[in-house]
Ligand binder design. Structure first.
Ligand SMILES: Nc1nc2c(c(=O)[nH]1)N[C@H]1C(S)=C(S)[C@@H](COP(=O)(O)OP(=O)(O)OC[C@H]3O[C@@H](n4cnc5c(=O)[nH]c(N)nc54)[C@H](O)[C@@H]3O)O[C@H]1N2
Ligand SMILES: Nc1nc2c(c(=O)[nH]1)N[C@H]1C(S)=C(S)[C@@H](COP(=O)(O)OP(=O)(O)OC[C@H]3O[C@@H](n4cnc5c(=O)[nH]c(N)nc54)[C@H](O)[C@@H]3O)O[C@H]1N2
Ligand code: SF4
Ligand SMILES: [Mo]
Length: 750
C-alpha cells in the first residue's frame, strides 16, 4: 500500500469490496488493490474499479437547484434549505405531519440511515418513512425473522461457503451482481462440493453449476416444496435435529406431502429426475447451504417462498450448524445496515420494532423525547409512493431513484409529479431529482466517512479519502440544517463518528446490537460482525430476552428488545474513541482489550433467536404468480441486472467505460419466440403489460426459457423495464412482484 493511500470500500453493492484510494496526478483518485480485506482479497468488478469517475465534478451536481418558472436553476445553500424547510412546514401546518413523506435508501451509510429515521420521527413527526430496501431483500428478512427470530442476511461469513458440501443458489447471479464472490463457489467446487443454481435463465452463474434448474418465474415455492416432498419420501430427513431444534414440522411436512413431484414438474417445468438429482446432491454431503437472492424473493409470495427453502434446510438439519445454513445475499452497499437503524416504516434503531413499548422507551430516551411522541408504523415503499399527491403531499428523498426503479414506474412518476413539494438529495441529477422543487448536491463515499454493514453482517469503516468538490455538503449536514430550521437545534450532529456513538447507544440491547463497535475498532480490524454488545456475556441480566448463539465460541447475546436495554456505553461526547471497553473496567486502564466482545461471525450454532431457541417451520403451500399469462398476455417477463450497470443507473450510466460495456436496455428472448415474432438479433421489440409498453432491441439466446423474457431495469425512457412490472405486494414483506408479470411481445416495424 502506498503511504498516501486510504483503505476504504466500494460505493456500490453489498459485498463492500475493500479497495485503496490513492491521489492521482489529475487531482482525482485511483483505485488500487487492497489485498488484506478478506471478502474480495483485492478483486474488484468494473463498477468498483471505475467508481472514482462519479467523483469528478463534471458529472456531479455541485450547486443546489431550485425550481423557478418550471425549470431548475442554481441557488445558494441557504435559499435551498429555507425553501425545503418552508415547503415542509407549510404542508405540515395545512395537512398534518403524515402529509410529509420520507424515502431513503440501502446505499446510505448507517449514520445517514439512522439520522434519516430520527429526522422523520422527531423533526417532521411523520410515520410516513420507508426506503428502497423494501424492494430488495425484505421477503428474505421477513422469512428469516419468522424462522430464526433474527434477520441477518448471511448468518455465517462468505469464507464458509467453499467448505460446505453443496450450495443451492436460488435466483442469484453473482457472476453479474457480485463478481468477486464467484470465487467462493469456484473454490467450493475445487474442494469437491457441488453447486446447484435455480434460475429461469442459464446465466453465467448457472454455467458454473453442477446442476441448473430452470423453473418458470414465480414458481420457486412449488419447487422447494417438491424437493422437500422427495426428502421425506426418500427418508432423508434429520429426525433428531427436527425434534431438538425446530417446531412446526408436522404442518410443514403435510403441506410438502401435498405437492407431488409430478405436479411440481407441471407447475415449475423442472423434471422429476432433475428434482431427484437436486435432492441427492443436497442431502449426500454432511453439510449444505441454501442461498437466495432477488429471484425467489421479489415475488408477491416471496416471504413464503423463502420460508419453503428454509424448511428444506431445517428438515435436513442444515441450519444453525457449522458450515450449514440458509442465507440471503443482500444487495445494496448498506443493504444490511440500512434495514437495521430505523429508515424502515415499522422500525427503530438496533432492529427494534416501532410497536414495542420497551423499544420505544429505550430509543426515546436516547433521543431525549417522550416515547408517546414517536409516531407508529407507516406505509411500505410502494404504498408510500402510491399515496404521493393524495395523502402524502411532500416528499424528502435521499438515496433512491424510483422513477426508474419502482414497480409500475409510469404511475409512480405521475404520483411524484402530483406532489405539492419534492426535495431530493443526490450526487447527480437523477431522473427523480429532475422532477424536484429543490435538489441538494451531496458528498459521496470517498469524500466522507461512515460505516456500512455488508451482506455478511460485517460492519465496516468507509473512510474519507479526498476533499469534496466546492458546493456540496453531506447528507448529515443537510439534516442538521433542516432540523435547525424546523426548530430542533440539537441531536443532529454532522460528524459521522458522533452519530455512530449515538447509534451504538440506540442499538444497545436490540437484535442488531452495535454497542461494542467503535470507529477505532473498525479502523484496526477488518470489520466487526454484529451483534456486538458492549457488555461482555453475563455482565448484564437480560431478563425476558432469548439469547442468540455467538456460534464460534463467542458470547451469546440478547436479540430481543430487552426491557432492561439501558445504554451499555458511556453516553459522553464521543471525544474519547476508547469506548470499546466498559468505562469502569480495570482492563481499560492497562489498555488490554480483554473485555471487548469479538463480534458474532456465526449465528444460531447453539440456539436460534426465537423465544424457545428453536427454528420455526413455515406451513406454506404453492400459489400462482399474481398475474398468470393468458391469451392476451401469454409470456412472463422477469427483470434483473447486468454486470456493468448498477440499479437505476444514476451513477453507472455516467461512466464511459461502463456505458460502452452496457449501452442500453434489451429484451432477452428465446430463438423460438423470436422466430414467431419474426425478430432478428438487435431488432426493436415491444413488451406490453397491463401497465404499459416498453421497447428495446432483441437479444436472442437459447439460455432463457421460451415462455419467458428478461429485461434489465437500469434505464429510463422507452426501454424502462419498470413501466411493465406489477406492484402486486407480498402480504408480509410488502415486496412487489418484480420477477414475474404477464406480457405480450410484439415486433416493432422499423
Ligand atoms: N451489476 C450489478 N450488480 C449489483 C446490482 C446492480 O444493479 N448491478 N445491484 C445490487 C443489488 S441492490 C442487488 S439486490 C443484487 C441483486 O443480485 P441478484 O439477485 O443476483 O440479481 P438479479 O439480476 O435481480 O436476479 C438474479 C437472478 O434471478 C433470476 N430470476 C428471475 N426470476 C426468477 C424466479 O422467478 N426464480 C428464480 N429462482 N430466479 C429468477 C434472474 O434471471 C437473475 O439471473 O445485486 C447487487 N449487485
Ligand atoms: N424491475 C426491477 N426493478 C427493481 C429491481 C429488480 O430486480 N427489477 N430491484 C430493486 C432493488 S433490489 C433495488 S435495491 C432498487 C434500487 O433502485 P434505486 O432505489 O433507484 O437505487 P439506486 O439507483 O442505487 O439509487 C440511488 C440514488 O441515490 C444516489 N446516491 C448514491 N449515494 C448517495 C448518498 O450517499 N446520498 C444521497 N443522498 N444519494 C445518494 C444515487 O446517485 C442514485 O440516484 O431497485 C429495485 N427495482
Ligand atoms: S462486486 Fe460490488 S462491492 Fe465489489 S467492486 Fe463490484 S460493485 Fe463494488
Ligand atoms: Mo437490491
Amino acid at each position: 500500500m502506498n503511504s498516501t493511500s486510504t483503505p476504504t470500500h466500494c460505493p456500490y453493492c453489498a459485498l463492500q469490496c475493500g479497495m485503496n484510494l490513492t491521489p492521482s496526478p489529475d487531482g482525482g483518485v485511483e483505485v488500487l488493490e487492497r489485498a488484506d480485506f478478506p471478502v474480495n482479497r483485492g478483486a474488484l468488478c468494473g463498477k468498483g474499479r471505475t467508481a472514482p469517475a462519479v467523483l469528478s465534478s463534471s458529472v456531479r451536481l455541485t450547486s443546489p437547484l431550485v425550481r423557478e418558472g418550471g425549470s431548475l436553476v442554481p441557488a445558494t445553500w441557504a435559499q435551498a434549505l429555507d425553501r425545503i424547510a418552508d415547503g415542509l412546514s407549510s404542508i405540515r401546518s395545512a395537512h398534518g405531519p403524515d402529509a410529509l413523506g420520507v424515502f431513503g435508501g440501502g446505499g446510505l451509510t448507517n449514520e445517514k440511515a439512522y439520522t434519516l429515521g430520527k429526522f422523520a420521527r422527531i423533526v417532521l413527526g411523520t410515520s410516513q418513512i420507508d426506503y428502497n430496501g423494501r424492494f430488495c431483500m425484505s421477503s428474505a428478512a421477513a422469512a428469516g425473522m419468522k424462522a430464526f427470530g433474527l434477520d441477518r442476511g448471511l448468518p455465517f461469513p462468505l469464507e464458509d461457503i467453499p467448505k460446505t458440501g453443496c450450495v443451492i443458489l436460488v435466483g442469484s447471479n453473482p457472476a453479474e451482481t457480485m463478481p468477486p464472490a464467484l470465487r467462493y463457489f469456484t473454490e467450493l467446487k475445487e474442494n469437491g462440493g457441488t453447486l446447484i443454481v435455480v434460475d429461469p435463465r442459464r446465466t453465467r452463474t448457472a454455467e458454473q453449476a453442477d446442476l441448473h434448474l430452470a423453473p418458470r418465474p414465480g414458481t420457486d415455492l412449488a419447487l422447494a416444496l417438491g424437493l422437500l416432498h422427495l426428502v421425506v419420501a426418500e427418508g432423508r430427513t434429520d429426525e433428531e435435529y427436527i425434534r431438538e431444534r425446530t417446531t412446526g414440522w408436522e404442518d410443514a411436512r403435510a403441506a410438502a406431502m401435498a405437492h407431488w413431484p409430478e405436479q411440481v414438474e407441471r407447475i415449475t417445468g423442472v423434471s422429476v429426475p432433475e428434482l431427484r438429482e437436486a435432492v441427492r446432491l443436497f442431502c449426500t454431503p454432511e453439510n449444505a447451504m441454501v442461498l437466495t437472492a432477488r429471484g425467489p424473493e421479489q415475488q408477491s409470495k416471496g416471504t413464503d417462498t423463502v420460508g419453503a427453502w428454509i424448511n428444506l434446510c431445517l428438515a435436513t438439519g442444515r441450519a444453525g450448524r457449522p458450515l450449514s445454513g440458509y442465507g440471503c445475499l443482500t444487495g445494496q452497499g448498506n443493504g444490511q445496515g440500512g434495514r437495521e437503524h430505523g429508515q424502515k416504516a415499522d422500525q427503530l434503531p438496533g432492529y427494534r420494532k416501532l410497536t414495542d413499548p420497551a423499544a420505544r422507551r429505550h430509543v426515546a430516551e436516547v433521543w431525549g423525547v417522550d416515547p408517546d411522541s414517536l409516531p407508529g408504523p407507516g406505509r411500505s415503499a410502494y404504498e408510500l409512493l402510491d399515496a404521493l399527491g393524495t395523502d402524502i403531499r411532500a416528499l424528502l428523498l435521499m438515496g433512491s431513484n424510483p422513477v426508474v426503479s419502482a414497480p409500475r414506474a409510469a404511475h409512480v412518476e405521475e404520483r411524484i409529479k402530483s406532489l405539492d413539494f419534492l426535495a431530493v438529495c443526490d450526487v447527480v441529477l437523477s431522473e427523480t431529482a429532475a422532477l424536484a422543487d429543490v435538489v441538494l448536491p451531496v458528498t459521496q463515499w470517498a469524500e466522507e466517512t461512515g460505516t456500512t454493514t455488508n451482506l455478511e453482517g460485517r460492519v465496516l469503516l468507509r473512510r474519507r479519502a479526498i476533499t469534496p468538490p466546492q458546493g456540496v455538503r453531506s447528507d448529515l449536514e443537510v439534516m442538521h440544517e433542516l432540523a435547525a430550521r424546523l426548530g430542533v437545534e440539537k441531536g443532529f450532529p454532522t460528524d459521522p463518528e458522533e452519530v455512530f456513538e449515538e447509534l451504538r447507544r440506540a442499538s444497545a440491547g436490540g437484535p442488531a446490537d452495535y454497542s461494542g463497535i467503535t470507529y477505532r475498532r473498525l479502523a484496526e480490524e477488518n470489520g466487526v460482525f454484529w451483534p456486538c454488545p458492549a457488555v461482555p456475556d453475563g455482565a448484564e441480566d437480560r431478563a425476558g430476552a432469548a439469547p442468540a448463539s455467538g456460534g464460534d465460541g463467542t458470547p451469546a447475546v440478547a436479540p430481543g428488545d430487552g426491557e432492561d436495554a439501558a445504554p451499555a456505553v458511556a453516553p459522553d461526547d464521543g471525544e474519547d474513541a476508547g469506548l470499546d471497553v466498559l468505562p469502569d473496567d480495570p482492563a481499560a486502564q492497562d489498555g488490554t482489550d480483554a473485555e471487548v466482545h469479538p463480534g458474532t461471525p456465526r449465528l444460531f450454532l447453539d440456539r436460534f433467536a426465537t423465544e424457545d431457541g428453536r427454528a420455526r417451520f413455515a406451513p406454506v403451500s404453492h400459489r400462482a404468480v399474481a398475474e398468470e399469462p393468458d391469451a392476451e398476455y401469454p409470456v412472463l417477463l422477469t427483470t434483473g441486472r447486468v454486470v456493468a450497470q448498477y440499479q437505476s443507473g444514476a451513477q453507472t450510466r455516467r461512466v464511459d467505460e461502463l456505458n460502452a460495456a452496457a449501452p442500453g436496455p434489451f429484451v432477452e428472448l428465446h430463438p423460438r419466440l423470436a422466430e414467431r415474432l419474426g425478430a432478428a438479433e438487435g431488432d426493436p421489440v415491444a413488451v406490453v403489460s397491463r401497465r404499459g409498453r416498453a421497447v428495446a432491441p432483441a437479444r436472442i439466446t437459447a439460455s432463457i426459457r421460451p415462455d419467458t423474457v428478461f429485461m434489465p431495469f437500469h434505464w429510463p425512457g422507452e426501454g424502462r423495464a419498470n413501466t411493465l412490472t406489477n406492484p402486486a405486494l407480498d402480504p408480509t414483506s410488502r415486496m412487489p412482484e418484480f420477477k414475474a408479470c404477464a406480457v405480450r411481445v410484439e415486433a416493432v416495424k422499423a
